[in-house]
Structure formats: C-alpha cells, structure tokens
Ligand binder design. Structure first.
Ligand SMILES: [Zn+2]
Length: 265
C-alpha cells in the first residue's frame, strides 16, 4: 500500500514513525541515491529544469561518442564539474547515511553520483558502490592515474593530456554509450536482494540498469521508501513516497526516532 506524503506535517510525523519502526525491525538496510541527495550541498540536479543538463544534450557532452569527436570539450565539461565539486561539502543526508554505514546496519549504498560526497571518511569507502564511477582521473592510453588537481591546475592547453604518453586523461565516470563497471553493480545487487528495507533518495530512477537494484529488495519482500522531489518510476513499489520535504529533514526525523526507540530497548 502506497502512502504519498504531502506537505502536511502530521503526515510527515506519522510516516517517519512508521519508517523508524521498519528500520528498527530490519536486519539490513540499503540506500540507492542520485543527484537529488546532493542538491542540499549546492550541487545541481542533472535532470531538474535548473539542472546541469538544462538546455544541453547529455549525449553531446558526456558521451563516449563526444570523446571521439571532441575530447577537449568533454574534458572542459568535467573540469568545470571538478571545480564546482571542490567547494562542495557533504550535507546531513550524507552524514546520516554514513552513521548507518558505520553502525553496520547498512551494508551498502549504491549511488549514481560521481561527486564523492558519500565518502565522508576513509573507513566506509568500501561500502559505497559508485555505479557510474567517479571523478578520479586516468590516462585512457597508459592508464596512469592523476589527481583531480591535474584538470584544475594543469596548463590550459594540455591539462587533459598525459604527461608520459600524451594520451587522453579522462575522469573515471561512466559516459553515455559506455557500460557500467561490473563490480559495484553486482556487489550492490546481492546486498539489495538481502535487505529488508531500501531507501531511494534523490533519484527519479530513470537510468537502467542501476534503477533495477531496489527491485531486488522489493521482489524479496523488503520495504521501499522513496524520498524525492518528484514522482519516480518506482513509486508503485514503495511503502512511503515523500515528495515535498528535503531529504535531510526526513532522514533527520527517522534517525532521531530510531535512536530514541533503540535507547528504549
Ligand atoms: Zn598516458
């Protein structure tokens, strides 16, 4: 049964009561996240009307084909992203999920984001599966790794060329037209299958096959909670859909209630 929670605060209160109860009773909780979780950090959501892609065609910028046609344009696009991300910090949603990773209750987060904001500390990095890669740089010819600073600080004419072989230095993101790296996806899939509760946060779940992960939880009888500004393709499987609140507010309430219930036990 889906409960769509509207702006009314009493609905938010009763929904988060119930979700906190789900959380307490779950053995394993997972999270599937997208750009919407980082908007409170000040990053543009790719698909919203004011987002990164607004007025631009992703296929013409961030695609494998564009790299062939105009590698420098692609590099400049990501140089802008890296500059933008350098000034951005994780927000409360990232920190709450990190605490749940630390506690052991959450075995993994599967994220479509390349912003690296989930990795609030080194110890939890291995539990964060970056389905679409990240902004680490490497040479596409000799595979030498480079720090992100290369794109920012490098000589303007050659910032995207390998110092050793003059090959094309690119970010480790999955471009349109490239397949997802296998490991983060398969590792997530088994954890999502075993989970009793799945949070979907800040994603319209339009990009397949990443969006098939929550399906694993749902098919195995797990509960699904969706926190997103707009309706998603997976609303039909959710126990609660929360459209009108910031993720940090919803997760903050859930965490407070979970902590109170845990201390009462
Ligand atoms: Zn090279």
């Amino acid at each position: 049964v889906i409960s769509i929670v509207t702006k009314k605060e009493d609905f938010l209160d009763s929904a988060t009561d119930k979700i906190a109860e789900f959380f307490i009773n779950a053995k394993s909780v997972v999270a599937f996240t997208g750009a919407g979780i980082s908007t409170e950090s000040g990053l543009a959501d790719f698909r919203s009307s004011k987002g990164l892609w607004a007025g631009r065609k992703p296929m013409e910028i961030a695609s494998a084909d564009a790299v062939k046609r105009n590698p420098r344009m692609v590099a400049e696009f990501y140089r802008d992203r890296i500059r933008e991300y350098a000034n951005v910090k994780p927000n409360n949603s990232h920190y709450i999920l990190s605490e749940w990773l630390f506690s052991g209750k959450m075995p993994c987060i599967a994220t479509q984001n390349v912003d690296g904001l989930h990795a609030t500390s080194h110890e939890i990095k291995h539990r964060i599966n970056e389905l679409h890669g990240n902004l680490d740089l490497f040479c596409s010819s000799c595979l030498e790794k480079y720090p992100m600073e290369k794109y920012i600080l490098g000589d303007d004419a050659t910032f995207h060329l390998c110092d050793s072989c003059q090959g094309y230095v690119r970010p480790n993101v999955v471009l349109f037209g490239e397949s997802l790296p296998n490991k983060p996806f398969t590792s997530s899939r088994s954890k999502f299958r075993k989970a009793d509760l799945c949070f979907i946060i800040g994603t319209s779940c339009e990009v397949y096959p990443a969006s098939s992960l929550p399906q694993e939880t749902y098919d195995n009888g797990g509960k699904v909670i969706i926190i997103n500004k707009t309706p998603t393709k997976l609303d039909y499987m959710a126990n609660f859909v929360l459209n009108d609140f910031n993720a940090s507010v919803v997760l903050g309430l859930i965490k407070t209630k979970v902590d109170v219930l845990t201390n009462q036990k």
